[in-house]
Design a protein around this ligand. Sequence first.
Ligand SMILES: [Mg+2]
Ligand SMILES: [Zn+2]
Length: 223
Amino acid sequence: MNKSGITVFCDFDGTISRRDIGYNIFKHFSHGKNDELLPDWKSGRLSSRECLLKEAEMSPVTAEELFPFLDQFKLDDGFPAFEKKCSENNIDLIILSDGFDLYINYMLKKNNLDRLSLITNHGWIENGFINIEFPHKNKTCTKCGSCKGERIREYRNANRETTRIVFVGDGYSDACATDEADILFAKKDLEKYCQINDIEYWPYDTFYDVIRQLEKMKILSES
Ligand SMILES: [Mg+2]
Ligand SMILES: [Zn+2]
């Protein structure tokens, strides 16, 4: 039961984690070959599904190699405090990612945050490669792997008590979510996207900035 009527959706890569872990996995294990795909993905010629599958094909990796590689990555220092504040204020917090669960679950568990809800694609290692499946079907969006805009609409339809949506993101894979957010926090490529498309947003660097802004707006209580 969502008593506050507010639900926060957060992107994972580059938002909850400081760096884009999905991208760095493929960059490292494809020896930089995945960068050849970026221009086509950014321009929309390559969908996120096609891009993820191609990146995985280029990147041989075993579990013994992947998990130690992940240990270099850190979460935003302010995220645990943000998560605690949301919980104290009866605000639901859901992670929405167009990466995949294999590395996100590992990072959440390592940081004692694996109680959080996560909506993303499914990845697993088999025969020396990462396999990826897309359990969340998109009705209209052809660009995203798991479209964040469609996931938020599904959530709204199933949870009528939710009156306001907060979204926090940093990249092009968050573009579809901007239509659904009542309060939007953006940095990096998502900030550029908002400026070009004349979308209202709050700039931020870390989750401490998000906390401060939501306190000012009386959405989070001040401590
Ligand atoms: Mg991101
Ligand atoms: Zn989409």
